[in-house]
Write a protein that binds this ligand. Structure first.
Ligand code: ADP
Ligand code: ADP
Length: 232
């Protein structure tokens, strides 16, 4: 099993108020799956994605990432595991705004023991693929929202990560570009990458093999194509 979450809780305490963003989450993801996470705003989708993607630590519970219990790992170990295995596509891009487009994308390869010439080749290829080569030398801050999103996607994919986590990856794109991004994710999935995507779009969710639906920090249903297993 690639990801194994057992009784995962994430709680936030602000002054007197306790928010339980993840409430007893148990879920397994197999290598090669294409999973959509759905649910209303505030239901815990992003928190779940960030915990799965090793960006955020759960308050309690057990999480095995590719066979390794990560809840007892040091920050450094976690950061290393994440850099080697995981690509993120966020809605707010998280690009380094003063750095060029190509540099932003190349950074994702620095921990991967890829030679400089190979890095250049891979960066050029993925920028081409994302139709943003003509902006390679521009600073990220000089691009439009849709262009920045394509750069963020290029950065997430250039290292050919084992798992891609996407939080509303098409949120800022028009419908044509959204379809392209979805196709790209599908293609990567067909080559073996596991894809886990938070989406508001019912159509996008329906096109996925598996749909996990959240409400109030819980998984209320987890359905694979042709089989539905309601949870309480
Ligand atoms: P979704 O992605 O489904 O909109 P989130 O995972 O962003 O939901 O949030 C789930 C709940 O956790 C919300 O009630 C939100 O207010 C709360 N939450 C998320 N991040 C924090 C934080 N850093 N501090 C306090 N509460 C948070
Ligand atoms: P550190 O070196 O402090 O562990 P990182 O450099 O791994 O931190 O991550 C810093 C920030 O960059 C993260 O909070 C996240 O928002 C973003 N990030 C990390 N890894 C990736 C990735 N593979 N793809 C996209 N963004 C990432």
């Amino acid at each position: 099993m690639l990801l194994k979450l057992k009784k995962i809780y994430k709680e936030y305490r602000t002054e007197e108020i306790l928010t339980t963003s993840l409430n007893n989450i148990c879920v397994n993801i197999q290598a090669g799956e294409f999973v959509a996470i759905c649910g209303p705003s505030g239901s815990g989708k992003s928190t779940l994605l960030n915990v799965m993607g090793l960006l955020d630590e759960p308050t309690k519970g057990s999480y095995e990432f590719d066979g390794k219990e990560v809840t007892t790992c040091s920050e450094r170990e976690i950061s290393y595991i994440r850099k080697l295995n995981v690509g993120f596509i966020f809605q707010d891009f998280n690009l380094l705004s003063d750095m060029s487009v190509e540099k932003n994308v190349e950074l994702a390869l620095l921990y991967h023991n890829v030679s400089k010439s190979m890095r250049k080749k891979r960066v050029d290829e993925i920028l081409e693929r994302m139709e943003i080569s003509h902006r390679a030398k521009h600073k990220a801050s000089q691009l439009s929202g849709g262009q920045q999103q394509r750069v963020a996607i290029a950065r997430a994919l250039v290292s050919k990560p084992k798992i891609i986590f996407a939080d509303e990856p098409t949120g800022n794109l028009d419908s044509l570009r959204s379809a392209e991004v979805l196709n790209l994710l599908r293609e990567l999935n067909s080559f073996g990458s596991t894809v886990i995507m938070v989406t508001h779009s019912e159509d996008q969710a329906k096109s996925c093999e598996r749909i996990i639906t959240m409400l109030d920090g819980k998984i209320i249903s987890d359905s694979k194509k042709n089989t539905i297993t309601p949870k309480n």
